[in-house]
Design a protein around this ligand. Structure first.
Ligand code: SDX
Length: 392
């Protein structure tokens, strides 16, 4: 009745909901957005078109995409008083803390006049989130470095506009290498959705209570921040930097095999993929393209490749089906593009906003498809009588 059901495709799992948005075959390493293979979307599409696909279920024709792009483009600005919230954060606040705070307060600017019983109003909220999250993300970064905020430029495409808001300084026009927007757009596509991952399930659980979409997405950002989830890309770069050189890789692999060490290879393993994460292969290919195009010789790439090679030849990782995931190489690209490591997970959040709002819309359109109230296995004390403090 609550849309929860148990299925048994060879393993026991209780699904939290039904969804037609993304399909993953973890054993085979398959990822489909609305039936389209991620490899084809990565090669032929762009992030905003993928956002349209995730929300609407079909690829747009030219007029449909033009209308969607117009709607998104004309909702990219944020209320001046809203940007004032940033002043309340210390300059060294983690950008994910700022993003959670800004999105949580977004409802105070854009929710009051919304009637979420009206599908058109729900779609407007989704458009606002997709449009404004890059503006807010760039503002968080600019606040952290004490630079003036940039307003979104409507004559730029979605990803290029974001990079301009991130980097442009008043004193000189930004010369953006085309590879930067190409790589960022690919990373946005690859991070756009991923079925019932922790943050998307969080968005759906909060959405089940009837909370507004801005609160739902703020909760999703909070869940994404964890190093076991979206925070892994930041953790991977710190791990690669600590390993430092290819000759240190084997000791890192050996340490990761010792559970008592508490050390894991960040960017390795996945709750669902027990094969190579198809996204990781695409990110690794783009990493070589970006470093080649920018003429960067980043020793961390050598470390990452050596680490992957060593782990994939080690029985411990092979037996546990631990492969690189989407976070393993992405940080090297972000670093090459000048994105500070604290902003890595914010990049993930910008992309995943498309998936979060698609799942929220899907859920709100089907009252039966709410995540039910989870139950538990009780492991506490049995029923017992109260004892006064003097006799304890
Ligand atoms: C994302 O859900 C999604 O779709 C998420 C995501 C998305 O797009 O939304 O794909 C994005 O979150 C990718 C994952 C990013 N996280 C990391 O890279 C962090 C490092 N990875 C691990 O913490 C771990 O692999 C998980 C949490 C990702 C998955 O854990 P599992 O599959 O549930 O594995 P487990 O914790 O049950 O461990 C199984 C065994 C254990 O050893 P044994 O008890 O059998 O001896 O594998 C070991 C673990 O110790 N193990 C690892 C390891 N991951 C699991 N050992 C070393 N390094 C690792 N990374």
């Amino acid at each position: 009745a609550t849309g929860c059901f148990t299925y048994d495709p060879g393993f026991t799992a209780t699904a939290s909901c039904k969804s037609a948005i993304t399909y993953i075959d973890g054993e085979e390493g398959v990822l489909l957005y609305r039936g389209y293979p991620i490899e084809q979307l990565a090669e032929k599409s762009n992030f905003l078109e993928v956002a349209y696909l995730l929300i609407n279920g079909e690829l747009p024709d030219k007029a449909g995409f033009a209308a969607f792009e117009h709607d998104v483009t004309h909702h990219t600005m944020i209320h001046e008083a809203f940007t004032g919230f940033l002043g309340g954060f210390r300059h060294d606040a983690h950008p994910m803390a700022m993003l959670v705070g800004m999105l949580g307060s977004m409802a105070s600017f854009y929710h009051n006049e919304l009637d979420l019983e009206d599908p058109a109003q729900r779609r407007l909220a989704a458009i606002r989130l997709i449009a404004k999250v890059p503006t807010i993300a760039a503002a968080c970064y600019r606040h952290s470095i004490g630079w003036p905020l940039n307003h979104p430029r409507n004559n730029l495409d979605y990803t290029t506009r974001f990079l301009h808001m991130l980097y442009e300084v008043p004193s000189e026009p930004l010369e953006l290498n085309p590879i930067a927007a190409k790589a960022m757009d690919l990373l946005f596509i690859l991070h756009a959705d991923h079925e019932q991952n922790a943050s998307t399930s969080t968005v759906r659980l909060v959405g089940s209570t009837g909370a507004n979409p801005y609160a739902c997405v703020a909760a999703g950002v909070a869940a994404l921040w964890g190093p076991a989830h979206g925070g892994a890309n930041e953790a991977v770069l710190k791990m690669l930097s600590e390993i430092g050189r290819p000759e240190n890789v084997q000791s890192a692999v050996d340490r990761a095999k010792d559970r008592d060490s508490g050390f894991r290879l960040m960017g390795f393993g996945h709750r669902v993929y027990k094969n190579y994460d198809p996204r990781a292969a695409l990110v690794r290919k783009m990493t070589h393209e970006v470093l080649g195009e920018l003429g960067i010789n980043d020793p961390l790439l050598d470390v990452a490749m050596k680490l992957e090679e060593a782990a994939l030849q080690d029985d411990y990782f092979v037996e546990r089906k631990l492969y690189p995931n989407v976070d393993f190489y992405s940080g090297i690209i972000y670093k090459a593009l000048g994105i500070p490591v604290e902003m890595f997970t914010v990049m993930f959040a910008i992309a995943r906003t498309a998936g979060w709002v698609a799942h929220w819309l899907e859920q709100q359109d089907d009252p039966e498809n709410k995540i039910g109230r989870p139950r538990q296995i009780y492991t506490g004390a049995a029923n017992r009588d109260y004892v006064g403090v003097d006799t304890r």
